[in-house]
Design a protein around this ligand. Structure first.
Ligand code: ADP
Ligand code: ASP
Ligand code: MG
Length: 413
């Protein structure tokens, strides 16, 4: 029998009525002949509330205790979900991450999955049961509870789909699929029918929170198709898959804005071999995740080095650069915590010119100043002032006609 993994995000299980509705969807899959594995998130804003509870008692809570606490949100949902299915006359059993031996490394609050005991789940499925697994959590080798990072239930779903050999992995959420940009920020954003893993990876890592980056990485690596769709109604959503040829016809497939960022600059460091290596080795030791790095030569003797990070890593990054400052002979350090990053993404950029020009012109017309620019083969990102972020996103979306469906935009190229 084919297996399907259905993941329900926080808004899709926010209250009893929504859990009941999600359960109906699961039952439908059972009636269609699937063995169903459900992955559920914490209800509504519960994870945010638990974080607030922790911070009220301790501004810098031990990360192990944070994971111990946050994992309880998902644990509540899965048992409630099983009860809803039982009430509807279906045999269901819920598991925590630990109970299915979802083994991770010990990096609390952003642990990585190492292995899963698929046999335990298969055994239950073969008894005719629906299996409901708590998303976002695992245990390390010493049985400590770990979590996979905010949005990590998506990763649980894709990892389970991989290890169970599932035919489909569906992610049910509060939007009807992946849009060209966040529809909450640009209300006319067009829905996409397909998107490639690479584009989705770029969009997700640049702030499109609709699917978690690591889940897409996993899906790409193990060739799992993800179907992102609304938990309300029957409409097809968006399939995340390998590149299909017509995708190249669309130059820009999406845009993102990332507001929770900071930038650190080291001004006039000695321009000699090893200084960048020393700086970033220090930052790595402090477990700071770096987004973009820009180094420019000021003279034969001096260079400027700057990088962007998530704002939650700022205290650790600040401490790390203070420690390395003298060693690289840096004149001064500047820090900006009032920035946002606007990006456009598209595999078609590989074969089309004029994208940078269009983006910068749109920002200029909107009177948005660009602080710095970084690019990859399939994206262009600009750092702008945070208070201009939404205006900048709107201008860029208008310029690339991101309110129109991809087929229409491809024709216009
Ligand atoms: P869930 O609780 O189901 O995991 P999330 O809040 O994590 O839901 O993700 C869904 C939200 O992602 C949407 O409500 C939307 O505002 C946001 N989002 C950001 N970028 C995009 C995008 N490009 N397409 C669709 N939704 C997006
Ligand atoms: N509950 C966790 C969060 O809010 C994980 C998830 O929903 O995917 O981030
Ligand atoms: Mg999510």
């Amino acid at each position: 029998m084919a297996i399907i993994v259905q993941k329900f995000g926080g808004t899709s299980v926010a209250d009893a009525e929504k859990i009941r509705r999600a359960a109906e969807r699961v039952i439908k899959a059972v009636k269609n002949g699937f063995q169903v594995v459900v992955v559920a998130s914490a209800r509504g804003k519960q994870t945010d509330e638990l974080i607030a509870d922790a911070l009220e008692l301790n501004p810098n809570p031990p990360r192990r205790e944070m994971d111990q606490l946050l994992s309880t949100g998902e644990q509540q949902t899965v048992s409630l979900f099983a009860m809803a299915l039982d009430a509807a006359g279906y045999d269901a059993i819920s598991f925590t991450g630990g109970q299915i031996r979802m083994i991770t490394d010990g990096d609390y609050t952003r642990a990585r999955i190492k292995s899963i005991d698929a046999q335990r789940i298969h055994k239950q499925l073969d008894k005719g049961r629906i299996v409901i697994v708590a998303g976002f959590q695992g245990i390390d080798e010493d049985e400590n509870i770990t979590t996979l990072g905010r949005g990590g239930s998506d990763t649980t779903a894709v990892a389970l789909a991989t290890s169970l050999g599932a035919e489909q992995c569906e992610i049910y959420t509060d939007v009807d699929g992946i849009h060209t940009t966040d529809p909450r920020l640009y209300k006319n954003a067009a829905k996409m029918d397909h998107i490639s893993y690479d584009e989705m990876l770029e969009l997700a890592s640049l702030g499109a929170g609709v699917v978690y980056t690591r889940a897409v990485e996993f899906a790409k690596k193990y060739d799992i198709k993800i179907h992102v769709r609304s938990s309300i109604g029957e409409k097809e959503g968006t399939i995340i898959t390998h590149e299909v040829p017509q995708m190249e016809g669309v130059v820009v497939s999406g845009a993102t804005v990332q507001k929770d960022m900071a930038k650190i600059g080291l001004v006039n460091v000695d321009n000699k071999p090893g200084n960048a290596a020393k700086t970033f080795a220090h930052l790595a030791k402090a477990k700071v995740v770096i987004s973009d790095i820009v180094q420019t030569e000021v003279s034969a003797e001096k260079a400027n080095l700057s990088f962007t990070i998530g704002i939650s890593d700022l205290p650790a990054a600040k401490q790390a650069v203070e420690q390395i400052k003298d060693e690289v002979n840096c004149e001064s350090i500047f820090i900006r915590d009032d920035i946002a990053e606007i990006s456009v993404v598209g595999v078609g950029m590989r074969t089309h010119y004029g994208v940078a020009d269009k983006m910068f012109s749109a920002l200029a017309e909107a009177q948005v100043n660009i602080d710095s620019i970084t690019t990859s083969e399939i994206r262009i990102s600009c750092i702008v002032d945070k208070d201009q972020a939404e205006k900048a996103l709107g201008a860029v979306c208008d310029a690339f006609e991101l309110d129109k469906p991809a087929q229409e935009r491809a024709k216009n190229n």
